[in-house]
Design a protein. Structure first.
Length: 402
C-alpha cells in the first residue's frame, strides 16, 4: 500500500530517505568488521563513532555515554538488570501500571525471582501521583523505571520530579524514552536520569537498532557478554548499517525537531478538534496539557475500536488501537484500563500518531471518512442504553471489589 495514509507513527516510522542513503554503502561497499585492525575495517569503526556523536548530541549527552543495541526492548532489559546489579543489597523496584510490555514483563519476572515491585497507579489523564511515588520509596529501592511519554496516549510524565525523588532515596532512575526522543527536546547533561532508552525505528531510522544512555560514572554491568564491542558494555558484532542510519536520523531530528513539533501539534489539534465537533459521544484519552505533539487517543463510545480500524483500512488509512507489541491480544489496552476509563470508551479507543511526513491532505481525508464509519458502526451496534448502563454498573462493582 504505497499510497496509504499513515497515522500510526508511534508503532513505527518511515525511514527518512537521507537515512537510507547514508546506510546503504555499509550494506555494500563498506562491509568490513569495525573491530578489525586494517584500514578497511577502521573506516567502518569511524562511521560508528560519528553516529555515536550524533546520537549523543540529540540527547544532550557525551558520546562515551551511548551504547548501541538492537532495539528499545534490549535497551530496557539491559538498563533494568544493570541498575539492579549496581545495588545488589537493595530489593525493590518501582514502576507504573502503564509501561510498555518490555518493562512490565521484566518486572513480573523479577517479582517471581524475589524482588518486590511496586506498580504505581495513574489517574484518568494517565498521570502519576508523585505522593504515591514518594510513599513507595524506601532505603531498599534499587530502581525507579518509568516511561518518558506513554506510547498509547502521549501523556508525558514529570520526569525530573520523579528523578529527584528517586535520587533522594539513592535509587537509580531509568527512563524508557522510546516515544519521546525526537519529539521532546532533551538535555541529559543536567538531568537526574541515570539510564535512558531509545529505538531507531521510532525516529525515521531503520528497525533493528537502538541505543542506551548510561550516565558517566554509573556502575554498569553488561547484559550481553562476549567480545569487546561497545567498550565491553554490549558484546556482538555491530549492526553497522543500522547504527549509521540511527546516527543520520539523530542528526536530522536535531535539525528538524523545532519545526516538526509545531507542525505536528497543529495537525494533531485540527484532527482532534474536528472529530470532537463532528462526531458525538467521543472524547480524548490522556493529558491534554502534557503530551507528545504528534499523538491523540480518542474514545468512540458504544463501538469496537477494531471495527473502526478495519473500516479505516478499507480507505487506506492506518491507525492503531494501542501498542503494536500487544495488538494480537483481544484484551483492552492495559494503559486505558489503568486510567479507569468506562467500558463505553475502553473498547472503542483509537490512537492516531503523526510524523513530519504527515500532510494536510491526509488529515483532511481521515476527517472526511471517519464520521461515516463511526455512524455506520453505531447503526449496526447491538448495544442499547440499558446495556451501557449495566456495563457501567458492573465496572463500578469491579473497581470497588478489586
Amino acid at each position: 500500500m504505497p499510497n496509504c495514509i499513515y497515522l500510526d507513527n508511534n508503532a513505527t516510522t518511515q525511514p527518512d530517505p537521507e537515512v537510507v542513503t547514508a546506510l546503504l554503502p555499509y550494506l555494500t561497499d563498506f562491509y568490513g568488521n569495525p573491530s578489525s585492525m586494517h584500514t578497511f575495517g577502521g573506516q567502518v569503526g569511524k562511521a560508528i563513532q560519528e553516529a555515536r556523536e550524533s546520537v549523543a548530541a540529540l540527547l544532550g549527552a557525551e558520546a562515551t555515554e551511548i551504547i548501541f543495541t538492537s532495539c528499545g526492548t534490549e535497551s530496557n532489559n539491559t538498563a533494568i538488570r544493570a541498575a539492579l546489579a549496581a545495588q545488589p543489597s537493595r530489593n525493590q523496584i518501582i514502576t507504573t501500571q502503564v509501561e510498555h510490555p518490555c518493562v512490565l514483563n521484566v518486572c513480573k519476572q523479577l517479582e517471581r525471582q524475589g524482588y518486590g515491585v511496586t506498580y504505581l497507579s495513574v489517574n484518568r489523564q494517565g498521570q502519576l501521583d508523585l505522593m504515591e511515588l514518594e510513599a513507595a520509596l524506601t532505603g531498599d529501592t534499587a530502581l525507579v523505571t518509568t516511561m518518558y511519554a506513554n506510547n498509547e496516549t502521549g501523556t508525558i510524565f514529570p520526569i525530573e520530579q520523579i528523578g529527584e525523588l528517586a535520587k533522594s532515596y539513592g535509587a537509580a532512575f531509568h527512563v524508557d524514552a522510546v516515544q519521546a526522543v525526537g519529539k521532546v527536546p532533551l538535555n541529559l547533561k543536567n538531568s537526574s536520569i541515570d539510564l535512558l532508552t531509545l529505538s531507531g525505528h521510532k525516529l525515521h531510522a531503520p528497525k533493528g537498532v537502538g541505543a542506551l544512555f548510561v550516565r558517566k560514572g554509573f556502575r554498569f554491568r553488561p547484559f550481553l557478554l562476549g567480545g569487546h564491542q561497545e567498550r565491553g558494555r554490549r558484546a556482538g558484532t555491530e549492526n553497522v548499517a543500522g547504527i549509521v542510519g540511527l546516527g543520520k536520523a539523530a542528526e536530522l531530528e536535531l535539525r528538524e525537531m523545532p519545526q516538526a513539533i509545531k507542525r505536528e501539534a497543529q495537525l494533531r489539534n485540527r484532527l482532534e478538534d474536528v472529530i470532537l465537533a463532528t462526531i458525538p459521544d467521543c472524547e480524548v484519552n490522556g493529558d491534554a496539557t502534557s503530551r507528545l505533539p504528534n499523538t491523540t487517543n480518542i474514545g468512540f463510545k458504544y463501538i469496537e475500536g477494531e471495527a473502526i480500524l478495519l473500516s479505516l483500512d478499507k480507505f487506506g488509512i492506518c491507525a492503531s488501537s494501542g501498542s503494536a507489541c500487544t495488538s494480537g491480544s483481544l484484551e483492552p489496552s492495559h494503559v486505558l484500563k489503568a486510567m479507569g476509563l468506562p467500558y463505553t470508551i475502553l473498547h472503542g479507543s483509537i490512537r492516531f500518531s503523526l510524523s513530519r511526513y504527515t500532510t494536510d491532505w491526509e488529515i483532511n481525508r481521515a476527517l472526511e471518512v471517519l464520521p461515516g464509519i463511526v455512524q455506520r458502526l453505531r447503526d449496526l451496534s447491538p448495544f442499547t442504553s440499558d446495556d451501557v448502563a449495566w456495563l457501567q454498573s458492573r465496572q463500578e462493582d469491579i473497581l470497588i471489589n478489586r
